[in-house]
Design a protein around this ligand. Structure first.
Ligand SMILES: C[S@@+](CC[C@H](N)C(=O)[O-])C[C@H]1O[C@@H](n2cnc3c(N)ncnc32)[C@H](O)[C@@H]1O
Length: 294
């Protein structure tokens, strides 16, 4: 409604007392009608949304930003990595660029590579990189996962890849059909993209680096397919789940100098080491984090 009236989001409460003219009422009514009748997600109608407290341009070329990873970025990936030491971040499947931009804002000493296979999504990401004046620190790259990143290594690899299986795709509510299918569909079981990431991430992580991946409700399938990996499943204060975290050491035992007894050489390993056991762990939040469940 604020969008239709040309009023700022989160502005002065006094605007709620303003009288609205008949032309404005018509404009709001037209938007609501399109939302209901055409089942178009509201932010595709307004062209704007917020992620990690930052505004983003959105349109149908890219998925609507909604990943719970926003909360982890706002916490600067702490306590799993020392934020002050993070220099390079990779965002796989950047879409609108929301994760890449939010990472660059949260970690001002880091450079971010943001890759996507879709040229259309990269156009949207470019709008957002420009909007946030991050052209010097966020590099947009067209790449099928890691294919254009030979020899590159990162302190953090973060990904919200497609993870919807074939059967689930066919049952999605109409709203999802306005989003690019390539942003959602990931083969028969929804694991096509996650498999590539888990196979190739270790070769692109620096010692003591982190891999963070959203797999949504494909969590159970991921646990079954990769029984031997000690996933940490993150719990978020604002809800959402299906996000796992793996240390480089967990992906590639022996890769971390600190855990080999060599001390915290690059200082990337967090002061309290990451929990040893796999399970659910809370992202420490403003309220001190929720209780761990596993
Ligand atoms: C679920 S969307 C996530 C978009 C954005 N990161 C976000 O959180 O809103 C997945 C993204 O992965 C991209 N993608 C799909 N297959 C890919 C591949 N093989 N390599 C790189 N990116 C891919 C899609 O184009 C899409 O932008």
């Amino acid at each position: 409604m604020l969008h239709a009236l040309g009023l700022p989001h989160g502005g002065d409460r006094a605007i709620y007392a303003r009288r609205v003219g008949s032309r404005d009422v018509q404009r709001v009514g037209d938007l609501i009608a399109r939302r209901i009748e055409e089942r178009i997600p509201a932010v595709y109608l307004t062209g704007e949304t917020w992620f990690a407290g930052l505004p983003f341009h959105v349109d149908r070329r890219a998925l609507i930003p909604r990943s719970p990873i926003a909360e982890l970025i706002e916490r600067r990936f702490s306590p799993w990595i020392d934020p002050a030491r993070v220099r390079r971040i990779l965002d796989i499947g950047t879409g609108s660029g929301c994760i890449a931009v939010a990472c660059a804002k949260a970690l001002p000493r880091a450079r971010v590579d943001a890759v996507d296979i879709s040229p259309e999504a990269l156009e949207v990401a470019a709008i957002n990189v420009r909007r946030h004046r991050l052209g010097r620190r966020v590099r947009l790259v067209r790449s099928d996962h890691f294919s254009a990143l030979a020899g590159e290594r990162y302190d953090i690899i973060v990904a919200n890849p497609p993870y919807v299986g074939r059967r689930e795709m066919s049952g999605l509510p109409p709203e999802y059909r306005h989003e690019p299918p390539i942003a959602l569909a990931a083969g028969r079981d929804g694991l096509d993209s996650v498999r590539v990431i888990l196979r190739e991430a270790a070769a692109h992580l620096r010692p003591c680096g982190l891999l963070v991946v959203e797999v949504g409700n494909t969590e159970t399938a991921v646990r079954r397919a990769f029984r031997r990996l000690p996933f940490l499943w993150l719990e978020f204060e604002r809800g959402g789940g299906g996000v796992f975290l793996l240390t480089h050491e967990a992906l590639d035992p022996g890769s971390c100098p600190a855990q080999r007894g060599g001390g915290q050489e690059r200082g990337l390993c967090p002061p309290p080491p990451p929990p040893a056991a796999a399970g659910h762990v809370p992202v420490p939040g403003k309220r001190g984090g929720r209780k761990a469940t596993g």
